[in-house]
Design a protein around this ligand. Sequence first.
Ligand code: GTP
Ligand code: SPV
Ligand code: MN
Length: 601
Amino acid sequence: MKNVRLWVDEVAQLTKPDEIVWCDGSQQEWDRLTAELVSSGMLIKLNEQKRPNSYLARTDKADVARVEERTFICSTKQEDAGPTNNWRDPAEMKSLLTELFDGSMRGRTLYVVPFAMGPIDSPQARFGIEITDSAYVVLNMHLMTRVSPRVLEKIDAGNQWVPALHSVGAPLRDAAGNAIAEMAWPCNPEKYIVQFPETREIWSFGSGYGGNALLGKKCMSLRIGSALARDEGWLAEHMLLVKVTSPAGKNYHVAAAFPSACGKTNLAMLSPTIPGWKVATIGDDIAWIAPGPDGRLRAINPEAGFFGVAPGTGVKTNPNAIATLSKNVIFTNVALTDDGDVWWEGLTDEAPAHLIDWCGDDWAPGSEFPAAHPNSRFTVSIDQCPIVSDDWDSPEGVPLDAILFGGRRATNVPLVVESRNWKHGVFMGATISSEQTAAAEGVVGVLRRDPFAMLPFCGYNMGDYWQHWLNVGASIEESKRPHIFQVNWFRKSAAGKFLWPGFGENSRVIEWIIRRLEGEVDAVETPIGNIPVISQFNVDGLEISDEALEQVFEINAESWLTEAQLTGEFLESFGKHTPAEMMNQLGELEQRLASRETVSA
Ligand code: GTP
Ligand code: SPV
Ligand code: MN
């Protein structure tokens, strides 16, 4: 295995920084780096009375989201990356990147960040070393991962680790030694987010933002993680994780995969509106799931913080997030208030009369542009969440009772559908589609397939990934398998309004799911799966018209047949990698649909 110190030397020789700093994740390091970034102007310190130890960063206007077009899976064979990933030959990509990284840190500091994904002593933990030339990245890594010198001890003791190399690609001197002006937010117009799944390496160039740059997150925990998981018999998923307690005091653990900006953080911090139910947060973005000694699937949250979407987060929608954000936060691309605090669309019903928007310009209500970027985010430690679960960092993970798949669908997909069995559940996950959001560069609102919410995050052929899910299910005794459901909070009326109030009211759906697990409620069998018997679905105290309730559960056989046809084309696009079982599932769905018209509860 690679030696960390040798690798750091190698990278330093290539990137030519002025200085090398080994990070330890300490408070002193936080204080030193935040002070440096405040004096350089990269961070704005917020009002200490209103929001202690918190900061605002504004990125370059061209560095505001993940860049899927510039993300690559470099396996030896293109087929192993599959049709949903950009691919380049690993050797060619390495030589291209070597040229880009040559001298890319001139005039800057190279930070070495040893981090763990998962509790350091958990058998499910994985270790990484991120080398970065961005102090902003180091600070975010402090909040999002476990940065500690203990990681180096673990590596010295023989544990595997992932080398994760990051440069913003904005040196302060050229090869001849001439000065290059500093940018307000250093980055490079040319971006490469590159995973080498076979050698478990990450190289990221040109972006300083989010999943492009915090390499423990999507790059390691999902793209490299999914490849590790396939080889070792576990699952690395884009899922939130919660503990739900019923009025009877029984605990259940639920994981849910929704595409980016489709409600994971919100569900992870849900405040139930129905009496007696409790939700506690374990994770809001990533779950690592492995068969445990008891034969059940057990999950951990490999992260230690939230990198959450700001817009839409308010006291009414997500009070627990608002409480989490009271101190020690890094905000990126939100608006600044006149009294040195932050604001974004949805934080309050009314915008303040004057703001500095995410671009640094004056802003007033009525402006044609939002004050906060639609993908503006907060970074904060999970410890600060008022409803964090007592078992959130349990080294042995939590046993999973239910898995939810969802997306942003204005039409067709009902509020909740129970799968018929594991295989059908895998088919549900594989065929999720969702309207695109601002979390990635691209046109917002376009409907696209996002299987398992993993389209941008699967480190190998998506068809093989479905087979892996089928295999993991088959390896678990039926009675011990989590039950799989599909949910959709985003169905709209003909007038374009959300039919379902969402947020805290989603607890009603969670209640139905758990009562289903307990066999306490019946279900209506439909061609696409089992939906609630309306009279048994808890709407006590909820103002929703009968018509809206009916529409939110409506299944239109004709549009599902059209959708099934598109599903067929989608499944076939993976060629021989599409598991036969997926085609069986589609055939059975079509048969069930052909014999029905409109179905409702
Ligand atoms: P990533 O961090 O990108 O993976 O996003 P996420 O899946 O965690 O999404 P998040 O919970 O941050 O929600 C994204 C957006 O959807 C926010 O603007 C939320 O306010 C909105 N949202 C979340 N839940 C609901 C819901 O139940 N109904 C409606 N209408 N909007 C919701
Ligand atoms: C997502 O896009 O799914 C995120 C944000 O969670 S990022 O870390 O940028 O990937
Ligand atoms: Mn995410």
